[in-house]
Design a protein around this ligand. Structure first.
Ligand code: AMP
Ligand code: AMP
Length: 317
């Protein structure tokens, strides 16, 4: 059995981790990115594909694929849901992530504090962030100070969610839910750095939220304890609403305000690129394993352990 992924996002993280655990690896790569991945010594894992959707046509029964953000962005959630690719994790979660109402329902079910939403423009009494349905990575979002500013921007042909704009620090916390060890691990935290929302100097009120990269973050330990509980509750809530497990990595995307209230505005049901900051180890994964343990390796370790327990299928949902 091989471990594979598509060449972008957290592919170095995933492939290096699988190799560290002794797996053969496959990196599905478009021609333009080939030389970059070769430069990292991954040449013998590269399988060239013209476009990522070609993956759906490939006969790769022997490969467990590790989905990541670009993987979903390039192939599309709908296609992935229908495909019979062998993917690590629970693809049902994609459905909950794609649909803004389901997303909020799951976070609320987990007892997480979510940014208040306004049903109609008339109710708005604070600065807001307005999100279009289906928008990814903050593209197409806008911020507004009041109802008047929102009305000026709204387009009748689009569906929106109007959320209170939370002023604070963005904190992304990644977890690993291990079926083999029956525990939720709080793996590491990072800050997603966005242009130009995170620029210090701004001369306009129309910031974009395009991700540039990630910075490592170590939280106050007392705050981390709160996040630990949030992760556990999230896994339990998913089980309650779907009857299914949520194996492997997931991320809660939050903002901490000046009163230290944590607002969760988003989640991700797979490896996030923020975990790239924690190669070869995060402080917490090091304490848990007593050896370097990054997310790509953690996934491969889980696959190994589930294989030896004859339970791998439980994590390929
Ligand atoms: P890429 O393959 O890097 O162009 O990214 C494809 C998709 O993954 C885009 O929708 C990005 O928004 C998302 N993505 C890539 N890198 C990151 C990151 N560091 N944090 C969050 N999302 C990311
Ligand atoms: P998302 O597409 O939900 O991951 O959001 C993209 C970016 O928009 C986030 O990384 C934040 O910078 C910002 N954002 C999203 N929701 C809120 C909110 N309720 N308050 C303030 N900023 C937000």
């Amino acid at each position: 059995m091989k471990i594979g992924t598509v060449a972008s996002h957290s592919a170095l993280n995933i492939i290096a981790g699988a190799r560290a655990e002794g797996f053969d690896t496959v990196l599905f790569c478009t021609p333009d990115r080939q030389s970059f991945y070769r430069a990292f010594g991954l040449g013998d894992s590269i399988v060239i594909i013209k476009s990522y959707v070609d993956l759906l046509e490939k006969d790769i029964e022997d490969t467990v694929l590790i989905p990541h953000g670009s993987f979903v962005a390039y192939i599309g959630a709908e296609r992935l849901l229908k495909s019979d690719l062998r993917m690590f994790g629970n693809r049902e979660l994609l459905r909950w992530e794609e649909d803004r109402q389901l997303k909020t329902r799951l976070m609320t079910e987990a007892g997480l504090r979510v940014p208040p939403e306004y049903k109609s423009v008339e109710d708005v009494d604070s600065p807001v962030i307005v999100k279009t349905y289906g928008a990814a990575g903050g593209l197409g979002y806008f911020i507004a100070r009041n109802a008047e500013e929102i009305r000026a921007e709204l387009r009748p042909d689009k569906q929106y969610v109007i959320q209170k704009y939370i002023v604070g620090t963005k904190v992304f916390v990644t977890y690993f839910n291990s079926l083999a060890r029956d525990r939720v691990e709080v793996f590491g935290a990072d800050i997603r750095y966005e242009t130009d929302a995170d620029a210090n100097l701004r001369f306009d009120d129309d910031p974009s939220f395009i991700v540039v990269g990630n910075l490592p973050l170590v939280l106050r330990e007392s705050t981390l304890a709160d996040y630990y509980n949030m992760g556990i509750e999230f896994v339990k809530a998913f089980k309650r609403v779907t009857g299914q497990d949520l194996p492997g990595p997931f991320c809660l995307e939050t903002i901490i305000d000046r009163h230290q209230k944590i607002f969760t505005f988003e989640f991700s049901g797979r490896i996030v690129a923020g975990t790239n900051v924690w190669i070869p180890s995060s402080p917490y994964s090091y304490i848990l394993f007593n050896e370097p343990m990054w997310m790509g390796r953690r996934i491969a370790r889980e696959i190994r352990e589930l294989q030896s327990q004859n339970r791998l299928e439980e994590a390929l949902l």
